[in-house]
Write a protein that binds this ligand. Structure first.
Ligand code: ADP
Ligand code: TRP
Length: 321
């Protein structure tokens, strides 16, 4: 069973990314075959500053390795290091009706929010289909917003297979209902596009400043407080086991402490949780040549899987002559 996922290098990773996706990916290593890559071609739809994209891609690789991505157990690479994906993207484009892309929510949402309607933003789902189909992936763990993209990959693969024989595995999406949406500091879904994130590897003072901005109810210090709807509680609970959650609930109910206290507690929780990862991160930050070697090794493993598939596509489509 091959499980494949991609994450865009379009900004700093935040704790929503961590609990919503990265942690599951890391924990599932060794259970199935994990294929994970940094989608830097996809990030080109929003980042046009080359230096910044290169740096974000390296930083994302460092973050993943620090958080426990194991290049021996898993196949971990940067999307642009396996260029065959672009070739497949073009071949698949011939099997992608315009109407399919015109119905894409993500394109409509992004352009409605003022993002320029470029061709790469429009055809982004075809590249995502190529990411998935190039590696015969079975399962694609995604957030709800990405289900439609996996459906598109299935449609495109089916059209291609109908014409050329069973070349592609038809992938399935997997949405983990146990994974709650992590709220941002304003209570909306945490997302880099809303500017409401707490980063995994932020600087300490900056993290504290961000946490202090978490929106909470104004209630006198001595009064009991609601925890269910409290953004501070809902972020803190991600880091706590059941009995620790109960303890924190009691502190809310008891009164005598303000949200400021809970915010300081949350800051300490996050800072401690990521402490060991921060040390590993520093190691990779100072040894970027080693990171490059790891990524090159990952790309070669990924390419070994991709080559026979792209060969079949070349044969089938007549590109091989
Ligand atoms: P962002 O919204 O910050 O741009 P992405 O869309 O790049 O994040 O998401 C990358 C991965 O992280 C996806 O699998 C997505 O489902 C997950 N993710 C992002 N934000 C959250 C969140 N607030 N709660 C849970 N999972 C999230
Ligand atoms: N589009 C995905 C996102 O924004 C990232 C992505 C690119 C991806 N290619 C993929 C996810 C292939 C899963 C499989 O989150």
């Amino acid at each position: 069973m091959r499980v494949l996922t991609g994450i865009q290098s379009s900004g700093d990773l935040h704790i929503g990314n961590y609990f919503g996706s990265i942690k599951q990916m890391i924990d599932s290593q060794g259970k199935g075959e994990v294929f994970a890559f940094i989608a830097n071609y996809h990030a080109m739809t929003s980042i046009h500053d080359g230096e910044r994209l290169a740096s974000l891609t390296m930083q994302a690789a460092i973050d993943f390795l620090a958080l426990g991505m194991d290049p021996q157990k898993s196949t971990f690479w940067v999307q642009s290091d396996v260029k065959e994906v672009l070739e497949l993207y073009w071949a698949l484009s011939a099997f992608t009706p315009m109407g399919l892309l015109e119905r894409g929510h993500s394109y409509k949402d992004k352009t409605a929010r003022g993002i320029a309607s470029t061709h790469n933003l429009f055809s982004y789902p075809v590249l995502m289909a190529a990411d998935i189909l190039l590696f015969n992936s079975d399962i694609i763990p995604v957030g709800k917003d990405q289900i439609q993209h996996v459906e598109m990959a299935r449609d495109i693969a089916t059209k291609f297979n109908n014409m050329h024989g069973d070349i592609f595995v038809i992938p399935e999406h997997r949405v983990d209902d146990n994974v709650a949406t992590v709220p941002g500091i304003d209570g909306q879904k945490m997302s880099k596009s809303y500017g409401n994130t707490i980063n995994i590897f932020g600087e300490e003072k900056k993290q504290l400043k961000t946490i202090k901005k978490i929106v909470t109810e104004a209630i006198p210090l001595e009064d009991p407080k609601e925890y269910e709807e409290c953004n501070v509680y809902n972020i803190a609970k991600l880091f706590l086991n059941e009995s620790e959650q109960k303890e924190l609930q009691e502190r809310y109910k008891r009164g005598g402490e303000g949200h400021g206290h809970f915010k300081l507690y949350l800051h300490d929780l996050i800072w401690e949780y990521f402490g060991p990862y921060r040390e590993k991160r520093e190691y990779f930050e100072n040894n970027q040549d080693e990171v490059r070697d790891i990524l090159a090794f990952g790309a070669s493993k990924a390419r070994n899987v991709a080559m026979p598939i792209i060969e079949k596509v070349r044969q089938a489509t007549g590109i091989k002559y």
